[in-house]
Design a protein around this ligand. Structure first.
Ligand code: PMP
Length: 407
């Protein structure tokens, strides 16, 4: 096993400088007023007031050891832990501003990034998240997200979708923002969900991210990808951005990372991460780190990604056959998503239809369903451990709830 010195060195190498540390001790356990390091050496703790993380702790180092190999690129080698998704997004914004010495941010319409004052200001998925909580943080510019199903060009001639490429419009809008509203030399970062979550479960077309990456690189703007909802295996790859062939500068993760224990994280290159000064206490709770380690062990042992991909194909094919066949011709349905992050958007239904389906689901068919976005969209996010039988059962219950609501 690694020596205390090696562990401390590993910590210095891979943990953000943003986490305050007064020494490089690696603490393994505590009893009373004493802390014990990895060699069993005992220290009397007269520092507890400022808090929890003035030393490295072993679970955080072990977690980093487990996270590093599943990162989408070796460039991601410095980690900064938080408690919630919103805090991690805040950390990403602060890092981007500090590193670039620029202020403004570009976000996407329908994006959801959290409910703190900063992240709420980046959120445009629904007015309920912003309304009457203002004034909001200034310097945020909104570009459209490529939401093909609601795009008038796409709707008019869906069969020509690939030919006319209506989905280039959002990219053009980002370029226009940089010409008309916020110059590249005052724009710190573009922040985007890889797949819109609260905004309707919308995956972008393949071309979107490579083009966005190019604009960011050309203009010296950092690309921040918020994978709080779509990360950690949800889409069948560890991170959703791996479907799109580019890498962001900062990756934000939370939710599934510790299976419900409060833990979130941003990761970037060490070079970028360490541009910021130290100064954090509650960062990477040791119990949450242990839960995250256990979660990653389950990913390996139970071959979670393989399960997500297999169950995903099964789910899509069942939805296409069983659910589509329930609908009368005047009702349209877009079935979209990646892995087990699936949206079902209905057209030609009355307002409130999917809310009624969700209600019928839980009250009459014992299935818990969620809606998303401002259009009539159901979201399906079963556990990543879901079995084949449960997918069959779930689609059956969902179909019954839809059928009941249609009648
Ligand atoms: N970003 C995204 C994409 C999210 O889906 C969420 C939560 N729904 C958040 C950020 C905020 O995370 P939290 O609720 O943990 O603050």
């Amino acid at each position: 096993s690694q020596s205390a010195k090696q562990l401390a060195e590993f910590g210095k190498q891979h943990i953000s400088r943003g986490i305050s540390r007064s020494t490089n001790l690696v603490i393994e356990r505590a009893k009373g007023s004493y802390l014990y390091d990895v060699q069993g050496k005992k220290y009397l703790d007269f520092s507890s007031g400022i808090g929890v993380n003035i030393v490295f702790h072993k679970p955080m180092l072990d977690l980093i050891g487990k996270l590093k190999p599943v990162m989408p690129s070796t460039q991601f080698d410095s980690f900064f832990f938080w408690n919630s998704g919103a805090e991690a997004v805040e950390a990403a914004i602060k890092l981007a501003r500090h590193a670039t010495k620029k202020q403004n941010l570009i976000v996407f319409q329908g994006g959801y990034h959290g409910r703190t004052v900063g992240t709420m200001s980046l959120t445009t998925s629904k007015t309920i998240y912003r309304g009457r909580f203002g004034p909001l943080m200034p310097g945020v510019h909104v570009a459209p997200f490529p939401y093909c199903f609601t795009c008038p060009v796409h709707r008019a001639v869906p069969q020509k979708h690939n030919v006319i490429n209506c989905c280039d419009n959002p990219i053009e809008q980002v370029e226009l923002l940089l010409k008309q509203q916020t110059t590249p030399d005052e724009t710190a970062a573009v922040i985007v969900e890889t797949i819109l979550g609260e905004g309707g479960y919308v995956p972008p077309p393949k071309s979107f991210f490579p083009k966005l990456r190019e604009i960011c690189t050309k203009n010296n703007i950092l690309l921040i990808v918020d994978e709080v909802q779509c990360g950690f295996g949800r889409t069948g790859k560890m991170f959703a951005i791996e479907h799109f062939g580019i890498m962001p500068d900062i990756l934000v993760m939370a939710k599934a990372i510790a299976s419900g224990f409060p833990l979130s994280c941003i990761v970037s290159s060490k070079e970028l991460m360490d541009t910021q000064p130290p100064g954090r206490t509650y960062s990477g709770n040791a119990v949450s780190c242990a839960a995250a380690i256990a979660t990653l062990e389950v990913f390996e042992e139970e071959k979670i990604l393989e399960n997500v991909n297999n169950r995903s194909s099964q789910l899509f094919s069942l939805l296409n056959s069983r659910v589509k066949s329930l609908l009368p011709p005047h009702i349209g349905l877009d079935i979209r998503g990646l892995g087990l992050m699936v949206g079902l958007e209905f057209t030609g239904v009355p307002h409130g239809f999917v809310a009624a389906v969700a209600k019928a689901g839980v009250e009459n068919h014992d299935i818990i369903l969620l809606t998303t976005g401002i259009y009539e969209t159901l979201r399906l996010i079963p556990p990543l451990t879901v079995t084949a039988d449960e997918i069959n059962d779930g689609v059956e219950r969902l179909s019954q709830a839809i059928d009941m609501t249609l009648k």
